[in-house]
Design a protein around this ligand. Structure first.
Ligand code: 1GP
Length: 271
């Protein structure tokens, strides 16, 4: 497949428009983050396959999410990923970005791929070997790779376990800042602080504040964000992208709507 040609981001009409998204995703995201915080909805094509993923994405788009992330920790084939990506594209005009489980979960039908390194893993496969095994395939598929430093914070949940993470301490903001800055100095374009999907509590605001204090690249925060209070605390601490997955999976459109109102309010204050 030919890589999608870079087009003006101004041509894209956003979630409620009818114009399908055309990449590249990273410059669009950088521009959008400059105007204030944004929200990503994570859909797991294993638990929410095909058309169901399309329906979930439509719902999230109607509430104001900015990007659909497709991913999960286990069980995703490239067929499942492809079906979900096509269904989301058919249902919304949002960018579709793969949050990869591994080399076998890629599809050409997404707009981009978080080309990420789980920096605080003990397993070199998670840090760089899987990426080396995947890079030529990413190129052949025409997927836009978005370099991202991925840092798992305690408790880490499933991703902490399968990723063999030495989780960052919730009580050590300076330690988290040091890891995040190392990610930026290594050339990562985004840094993601992840408490793990389904975490009982999100990443502490103090960690987010410390990381944001040293970082120039956009800071993504996810895991355990369930209500408006969580969202507000993280946004006030400096999170630029909030990621939620579980609440929509569990039918919490009300909670997702409340989180998205906080994101919108913060965008209003920023502009
Ligand atoms: C997982 O951070 C995301 O990578 C989403 O977490 O499912 O807890 O919203 P939740």
């Amino acid at each position: 497949m030919t890589p999608r040609s870079p087009t003006s981001t101004a041509a894209w009409k956003g979630p409620s428009g009818t114009t399908p998204f055309h990449g590249p995703v990273l410059p669009w995201l950088m521009e959008r983050v400059r105007e204030g915080p944004v929200h990503f909805t994570l859909i797991d094509p294993d638990k929410t396959p095909g058309d169901q993923a399309g329906q979930a994405a439509r719902q999230a788009a109607s509430l104001g999410t900015d990007v659909i992330l497709l991913g999960g920790s286990t069980g995703i084939t490239s067929e499942r990923m492809g079906e979900a990506a096509r269904a989301v594209h058919a249902s919304t005009s949002l960018p579709v970005v793969i949050f990869p489980q591994g080399p076998d979960s890629l599809t050409k039908d997404a707009d981009a791929l978080l080309f990420m390194s789980l920096l605080n893993s003990r397993d070199l496969r998670m840090v760089v070997r899987a990426q080396a095994a995947t890079s030529l395939k990413v190129r052949a598929l025409g997927l836009e790779p978005v370099p991202m430093g991925y840092l798992v914070v305690a408790p880490g949940m499933k991703v902490g376990e399968v990723g063999s993470a030495d989780c960052l301490s919730r009580e050590d903001p300076q330690g988290a800042a040091a890891w995040a800055l190392a990610a930026e100095y290594l050339g990562m374009k985004l840094v993601y602080l992840e408490a793990g999907s389904g975490a009982p509590e999100p990443v502490p605001a103090a960690l987010v504040r410390a990381v944001r204090g040293v970082l120039s690249v956009p800071l993504i925060v996810g895991g355990g964000i369930r209500n408006a209070e969580h969202a507000r605390a993280l946004l006030e601490a400096g999170a630029q992208v909030l990621v939620t997955g579980t609440i929509l999976e569990e039918g919490g459109e009300g909670a997702l709507g409340a989180i998205l109102r906080e994101v919108k309010r913060a965008r209003g204050r920023a502009s």
